[in-house]
Design a protein around this ligand. Structure first.
Ligand code: NDP
Length: 459
């Protein structure tokens, strides 16, 4: 059967765009459909605009720190529309670059919503046109969740809305204790907004090393972010024209300008026609795929957040590359999801790779190395923020199996530490590496003695 395309990609985010370009360069006839704007979550309403807002928010601490170095900064004023509009201009510029790159790679861009009709057929919903493809790659990402049973939930906003707010609120209540909750707490509190996190568990950042969770929570509280653990938002009611009355599950009430739902993201599979085409979805509605990103239907593949494996941009890109190598370059390649580093751009920022202390302890005998110190700059600045660094070492092989950092530049540091962890280097090899002085990073190669077992560490 002759198909219209060798590959039809649904979703022009980081993963979809990379797959489309590489497949086209490998000689395939490729189309990519996008229903909103080329760029996807990372570029338009995720990593990129978030990081730019964080840069903007961090100036407040820089101005405070400057005093200890002799500067008087009494003229600092912040204008939200300026930052918001500059950020939007930048994401639009990047979206344009993505478009140019697709055009340069001779990929046909279809600005429409595509849904799957059968294993080789798609429908473009605005025009009703049907097209066929030998392979379909689903790269449609995910969307922010809302608690649909919570009365008044529609009065809350999501991270997507935060980028285009008309005005900066005076106060915000953030539901959730994960990546998005902490990063927006950093943004809003840095910009002077009274910020409250409402988290259902005992301590924020579930899944991260227990020391990191403790350190980050305590430091956020020190800088004035209110963190209420063990509760959820039970109801939101309007209060006057713009304010909201939030009732928590413990009956406590809070008045606020905005409520931000940061309670996770869900795969965008609804209404995509996937199940009708025979594609198996997981319980969470993600496309179930094998290690090569192939679904149970041989011609349909999926990469990125829609597969709900590790929901990070660089992972989606690597899955895209592996897919193209497998299908268009004759080199079956499975992306290895082990030891993927990640960063939370909270304040303090977090970088983590490999096993947490509790995960490693459950697998083998370990040695734990830990240091907590006040970065040099903070001393003159009169800034109490401390850095925590932790290495988890397999006691038998001496391999460093986990690195956890909370503090300034942790996301930058963890990228480099991840090379050593991925390469399987031993603690002796880390120690043989000469320090770079004076840096915070040098502490990573100067941790001499393992700590005694921490009785507070979860077993
Ligand atoms: P996360 O999974 O990181 O956090 C969700 C938070 O919401 C958790 O604290 C969770 O609690 C809580 N939660 C979940 N359901 C409910 C509920 N019904 N009621 C109350 N609380 C609830 O999701 P995010 O939304 O923060 O981010 C989504 C994903 O996007 C991340 O997992 C990450 O993969 C990616 N991301 C990555 C970033 C980065 O790389 N820097 C930045 C932003 C997002 P509990 O812990 O108890 O489950």
């Amino acid at each position: 059967m002759a198909f219209d395309y060798d590959l039809f990609v649904i979703g022009a985010g980081s993963g979809g765009v990379r797959a489309a370009r590489l497949a086209s360069k490998a000689g395939a006839r490729v189309a990519i459909a996008e229903q909103v704007q080329v760029g996807g979550t990372c570029v338009l309403r995720g990593c990129v605009p978030k990081k730019l807002l964080i840069y903007g928010a961090e100036f407040s601490q820089t101005f405070r720190d400057a005093k200890g170095f002799g500067w008087t900064v009494d003229w600092a004023r912040f204008d939200w529309p300026t930052l918001r509009d500059h950020v939007q201009a930048e994401v639009n510029r990047l979206s344009g670059l993505y478009m140019n790159n697709l055009a340069a790679a001779h990929v046909e861009v279809i600005e429409d919503r595509a849904i799957v009709v059968d294993p080789h057929r798609l429908r473009l919903t605005a025009t009703g046109r049907e097209v066929t493809a030998e392979r379909i790659l689903v790269a449609v990402g995910g969307h922010t969740s809302r608690p649909h049973d919570t009365p008044g939930q529609e009065l809350g906003i999501t991270s997507t809305d935060c980028f285009t707010l008309d005005a900066l609120p005076a106060s915000i209540v953030i539901a959730g204790g994960g990546y998005i909750a902490l990063e927006f707490a950093n943004i809003f509190s840095g910009l002077g907004v009274e910020t409250t996190i409402v988290y259902r568990g005992e301590r924020i950042l579930r899944g991260f090393d227990h020391d990191i969770r403790k350190h980050v929570q305590a430091d956020m509280q020190r800088t004035g972010v209110h963190i209420m653990c063990g509760s959820t938002i039970a109801e939101i009611a309007p209060l006057g024209e713009n304010r909201k009355l939030v009732t928590l599950s413990n009956s406590m009430r809070l008045e606020t300008d905005h409520v931000l739902w940061a309670i996770g993201r869900e795969p965008n599979t609804k209404g995509m026609g996937l199940e009708a085409a025979g594609v198996r979805l997981t319980q969470r509605g993600a496309v179930a795929v094998d290690e090569y990103s192939r679904s149970n239907v041989a011609s349909i593949w999926a990469i990125g957040d829609v597969t709900d494996r590790i929901n990070l941009t660089p992972v989606a890109i690597r899955e895209a590359v592996a897919f193209v190598e497998t299908e268009f370059m004759g080199r079956p390649t499975a992306f290895d999801h082990a030891d993927v580093a990640s960063a939370v751009f909270s304040r303090p920022a977090v970088g983590a790779v490999g096993l947490t202390e509790e995960e490693a302890r459950a697998k083998s005998k370990i040695r734990v190395f830990r240091t907590v110190f006040r970065p040099m700059k903070n001393i003159l600045a009169g800034n109490e923020q401390r850095t925590l660094m932790k290495l988890i070492v397999n006691a038998e092989s001496d391999r460093v199996v986990g690195v956890h950092i909370a503090g300034p530049e942790a996301p930058e540091l963890i990228q480099l530490a991840a090379i050593a962890v991925k390469a399987g280097l031993t603690k002796a090899q880390w120690d043989a590496t000469c320090a770079v002085h004076p840096t915070a990073a040098e502490e990573l190669v100067l941790m001499g003695e393992p700590i005694a077992h921490d009785p507070e560490a979860p077993a």
